[in-house]
Design a protein around this ligand. Structure first.
Ligand code: HEM
Length: 502
């Protein structure tokens, strides 16, 4: 009996060693093949600078170097051969990718495998029919007046009961604090309440550590980290062996899963008892009974709607603190429209503030939360500017660079000037293909209106009461790598209460 056990054990060991060897060899050969296909030996000046990172001696951020390259290129498109990628800041190309040949440019497998463990089959991470189904269902909900009013009530309550008291407490203590951390907490509370009907309370005065927020942060940060490994082989092997960051990622995802499943279970119970909640999860329950699918859908919303809004608010208040003339004009418009409706409860009042709207678009132009976005070509193609695209090429449009193109915005493109959006006192938008900050075409951001409403509500409430002073004195922001633009090391500020009339 004992020898039979020993024999079974040693056979199992040999099998698992064989399995490991086979997988490692397959991944190695696939990686080698991909590296060869992607011209990884290219020694052109751009590829050399990319590989050696010599651009870091001149540019604070990778996106600034790309901007420089795209401005120099006559077509505003460049090829980075070593990573098999074409990057463009040309509006005709953007229209081609996102609208005219939308079907040829899905998100593709390389992207979905990076975020797949966290997002599953959620809208943010799928193509084809799975995407179409969720898109239809989600646009019906997000377009409805009842969801907008529900979201507006949540945001205004988070502002008046948490954000304003917290900032007030900082004015009293006079301490320097990280504005990015405050807006991330604010946006997380909001998106959790809107998506799940769950309040993590991250912005309570004591600034508590929420297990859910920490697990979600870790999971999205580590998933994004996969994209910057030299080859997918590295993270896939680590995941297979359960090592290092992949072990931490699996743990964080398990925690997010547990919480999401618990919330779904409770909601099902309440629905069974006749309760009709307004959050997105409760609404999506009317369209599908599959709890795994529901989990995936709402987690996508969390990812899409949290860091983006926080990032937009951080750069907005950074720009305001360095442009007092714009701050004064924003404040004038808020005060001139001032009545009780605007601060807490008046969607109509917000809509009337055209200059505030223009200032948000202008800040998003210079600092888009999603700085670049990639698609993968299904078939060979030629872009409108003549660039040939081979099947499988990664094609990236670059909103950050596009916001800094003289060819699109004129000679003053680097200036923060909200007036460029105003015509005869009214906010006037431009083609979304020139300004793909919320993407454009068939897959345009579903939360755009919600995000603008959230930003505007915060701006109206804060600018009339408080003034921030960024303590570093920097005129430019330095970003940390990730899916969404976040300021490296945060944004330390001081805040003071305005005297009425000041
Ligand atoms: C300033 C804030 C925001 C910006 C700049 C922004 C930008 C974007 C961009 C660029 C995409 C395309 C991403 C891609 O396909 O790779 C996107 C997609 C999406 N966004 Fe937003 N977003 C913001 C806020 C929000 C909010 C608050 C929500 C949710 C309430 C949201 C929900 C979504 C969803 C569900 C998608 C996927 C749409 C699809 O694939 O069909 N976004 N967003």
């Amino acid at each position: 009996m004992e020898s039979l056990l020993q024999l079974t054990q040693s056979t199992l060991q040999t099998h698992s060693q064989f399995l490991l060897l086979t997988i490692t060899t397959t991944i190695f050969i696939t990686t080698l093949f991909n590296l060869l296909k992607s011209h990884s030996w290219c020694t052109c000046s751009v590829c050399r600078a990319y590989v050696s990172r010599s651009w870091t001696s001149t540019y604070p951020n990778l996106c600034d170097w790309y901007t420089h390259l795209l401005r120099l290129s006559p077509t505003h498109t460049v090829d980075i051969h070593v990573i098999g990628s074409t990057v463009t800041a040309n509006p005709s190309n953007v229209e081609h990718l996102l609208h005219t040949r939308f079907d040829n440019y899905p998100k593709g497998k390389p992207f979905s495998s990076i975020l797949g463990d966290l997002l599953g089959r959620g809208i943010f991470n799928v193509d084809g029919d799975a995407w179409r189904f969720q898109r239809k269902m989600a646009s019906l909900e997000l377009g409805s007046v009842s969801v907008r009013s529900y979201a507006f009530r949540i945001m205004t309550s988070e502002i008046s009961s948490r954000l304003v008291p917290l900032l007030d407490s900082f004015t009293v203590s006079g301490r320097v604090f990280d504005l990015q951390d405050v807006f991330r907490r604010f946006a997380f509370d909001n998106i959790c309440k809107i998506s799940f009907g769950l309040d993590p309370g991250c912005l309570e005065l004591s600034l508590p550590i929420s297990d859910f927020a920490s697990a979600f942060d870790l999971a999205s940060g580590l998933s994004a980290g996969r994209a910057v490994t030299t080859s997918p082989f590295v993270w896939k092997l680590k995941r297979f062996l359960g090592l290092g960051s992949e072990r931490d990622l699996a743990r964080a995802i398990r925690l997010v899963d547990e919480l999401a499943r618990e919330v779904i279970k409770q909601k099902r119970k309440l629905r069974g008892m006749g309760s009709e909640d307004q959050d997105l999860l409760s609404r999506f329950m009317g369209s599908t009974d599959d709890d795994d699918y529901l989990r995936d859908i709402v987690i996508s919303f969390l990812l899409a709607g949290r860091d983006t809004v926080a990032s937009a608010l951080v750069s907005y208040f950074f720009l305001l603190s360095t442009h007092p003339e714009v701050e004064a004009a924003v404040r004038d418009e808020i005060i001139n429209n001032d009545d009780d409706r605007h601060d807490h409860g008046g969607l109509e009042g917000l809509r009337g503030m055209h200059y505030v709207h223009a200032s948000m678009y202008e800040s998003l132009r210079l600092y888009p939360p999603v700085q670049f976005d990639s698609k993968f070509a299904l078939d060979d193609d030629v872009l409108p500017d003549g660039t040939a695209i081979g099947k499988g090429t990664r094609v990236t449009y670059h909103p950050y660079a596009m916001g800094r193109m003289e060819s699109i915005w004129g000679a003053d493109c680097l200036e923060f000037r909200p007036d460029r959006w105003m015509k005869e006192g009214l906010f006037t938008p431009v083609s979304p293909f020139k300004y793909p900050v919320f993407q454009a075409g068939a897959r345009v951001c579903l939360g755009k209106e919600l995000a603008l409403m959230e930003m505007k509500s915060v701006i109206v409430s804060i600018v009339r009461r408080f003034q921030f002073e960024a303590v570093s004195g920097d005129r430019e922001l330095k970003f940390a790598p990730g899916l969404t633009a976040s300021v490296s090391g945060g944004l330390p500020v001081r805040v003071r209460r305005r005297r009425s009339g000041s």
